[in-house]
Design a protein around this ligand. Structure first.
Ligand SMILES: Nc1ncnc2c1ncn2[C@@H]1O[C@H](COP(=O)(O)OP(=O)(O)OP(=O)(O)O)[C@@H](O)[C@H]1O
Ligand SMILES: [Mg+2]
Length: 364
């Protein structure tokens, strides 16, 4: 960190020229910076620093805090950003609590940027041309047969996962984080279970609790498989894929971490072939059975990853809870919802997922 960047930042926050008088780790001997471009050596994350400075002829003293990358849900830089943004928004509201002065970020050019007046964040992405893939599946449901392009597109989607999953990760902690999020994250299993209202005729709170418990057991089984950490998309479903002419496509909406479990992506796509088939035939059959098998067989042949059949179960449980959700899909028939929740329960009871057993998994 550079002194002149710090001075620039403080001046922008206090709206007047600032002179930095002292900078140092709290409780340790710090420095009285002489030269403007002095580097504040040994600056480290996760330790509090005191800064004394003069502004409008008043001497002020503040504490600069950052977070150390690491475990406990602080793996991603966005985790740490989220916690610090929250601290800034909540500290000053509690009686006797230290007041928050500002929240900010260190920039790539070693500058410091204030974010204290931010209310909500947004992301800007390029506009990609294309038609969401779910429209293809709507077409198959209507025609009840496959066109040549349906098979070709199914194959390129399977091959895409073979390609991205071929990049192995090296941080076991990120795999364990991903498996923990699968069970406890608001967008994942526990969040989905909480989104199911009470008093439903097709699943009770007790039924949801049983699913969660089984997923906790799976979590302890999967945590030992950190060798499987790979590059993933994280939300690989037909609404996040835009096809252009033929087999050209783009993906959007990557989610919940760059590194994780390949089964996350395979389950996110293939659950939809089952979902569409249940809405069309009440079972996995015909064109959707062909797409399901085409996708899976290509993936297993090209990756040789047979172990995925022993880890995909809780991911299928999550995706099953999404498509059976009365919130996400309010207009499903009772029959389809019951079969999807049977699928969730039965795959969790299955040591090794069998591609040939899908229609027995949907039975009660
Ligand atoms: N960069 C983009 N270019 C073209 N279309 C886009 C782009 N981003 C989003 N869309 C369109 O907007 C729709 C919703 O966007 P997005 O997937 O980001 O929302 P979402 O609410 O996160 O959905 P979900 O989490 O269910 O995937 C997409 O399905 C896609 O059709
Ligand atoms: Mg999306």
């Amino acid at each position: 960190m550079q002194l002149d960047k710090l001075r620039e930042y403080l001046s922008s926050v206090f709206g007047a020229d600032v002179e930095v008088r002292y900078f140092g780790e709290l409780g340790k001997r710090g420095i009285k910076p002489a030269k403007p471009r002095a580097k504040l050596k040994g600056f480290g994350y996760g330790v509090p620093y005191e800064i004394r400075f003069v502004v409008r002829r008043e001497l002020k003293s503040v504490i600069l805090e950052t977070m150390r990358p690491g475990g406990f849900g602080h793996e991603h830089f966005s985790d740490r950003a989220g916690i610090l943004l929250w601290q800034h928004s909540a500290f000053s509201r509690l009686p006797r609590h230290v007041k928050a002065v500002d929240v900010g970020a260190f920039t790539k050019d070693e500058g410091m940027k204030s974010l204290g007046d931010c209310e909500e964040f947004f992301v800007i992405t390029q506009r990609v041309k294309g038609r969401p893939y779910f429209l293809d599946l709507d077409g198959v449901m209507e025609r009840r047969q496959l066109a040549k392009q349906d098979r070709e597109r199914c194959l390129v989607l399977s091959k895409y996962l073979v390609e991205i999953h071929s990049v192995k990760g090296d941080d076991a902690g990120l795999y364990i984080r991903r498996i923990r999020d699968l069970v406890g994250h608001g967008e994942c299993i526990m969040g989905l279970c909480d989104s199911y209202p009470g008093g439903l005729e097709y699943i009770s709170d007790n039924g949801l609790c049983k699913i969660e418990r089984s997923c906790v057991d799976w979590r302890w089984r999967l945590k030992r498989k950190t060798h499987r950490v790979k590059q993933v998309h994280g939300d690989y479903h037909p609404w996040n894929i835009l096809f252009r002419r033929g087999t050209g496509f783009s993906v959007i909406d990557r989610s919940r971490g760059e590194w994780g479990e390949a089964a996350d992506d395979v389950s996110a796509m293939t659950i939809n072939y089952l979902f569409y088939s249940l809405r069309t035939y009440g079972e996995l059959r015909g064109p959707f059975e062909e797409l399901f098998n085409l996708f899976w067989e290509n993936y297993l042949n090209e990756t040789g990853d047979q172990e995925i059949l022993e880890v995909i179960q809780p991911f299928y449980a999550w995706r099953g809870l999404v498509v059976a959700s009365p919130i996400w899909y309010p207009n499903l028939s009772l029959d389809v919802r019951v079969k999807l929740l049977n699928f969730v329960r039965n795959v969790l009871e299955t040591e090794r997922f069998s591609l040939g057993e899908i229609n027995s998994y949907i039975k009660s």
